[in-house]
Design a protein around this ligand. Structure first.
Ligand code: 5GP
Length: 115
């Protein structure tokens, strides 16, 4: 059972200990283990939604909460000058962990179009 859990589900279920930047009933925020910017946070729902395209209408409030939390964390960390939110949906987009998460990246210039 536990073997099929993603790393984020194991963190949510306290099977793996980590340092939480933020946590509430619906989500948690952690630092990415392989940061791609000076600040690289992950906003992760506790519910095991695999990816955006597998969310349902019942997840609408949760999805809003994740975005709201990202904005709040950015503000509280003084990132108002600029940050980027990324969701990699599917292998072609670079998804490696099949448990929905928002990347919150800041602290350097970001190119457009994104790589
Ligand atoms: P994805 O590629 O699915 O969009 O993002 C998965 C992210 O999770 C990657 O940026 C990767 O570095 C991060 N990650 C993978 N395993 C761990 C872990 O055990 N702890 C933390 N904090 N981040 C992880």
């Amino acid at each position: 059972m536990s073997a099929s859990k993603t790393i984020f589900q194991k963190i949510a279920d306290r099977e793996i200990s980590t340092t939480f930047v933020y946590e509430d009933d619906l989500c948690f925020v952690i630092r990415d283990i392989s940061p791609q910017a000076p600040t690289h946070l992950l906003v992760v729902p506790k519910a095991p939604v695999p990816r955006l395209t597998e969310s349902t209408e019942a997840d609408t409030a949760l999805l809003g909460h994740l975005l709201f939390t990202a904005g709040r964390i950015a503000r509280e960390h003084g990132l108002d000058g600029g940050f980027r939110i990324v969701i990699n949906n599917g292998k072609q987009a670079g998804e490696t962990v099949p448990h929905l998460h928002l990347h919150l990246l800041a602290g350097r210039e970001f190119g457009w179009p994104p790589g």
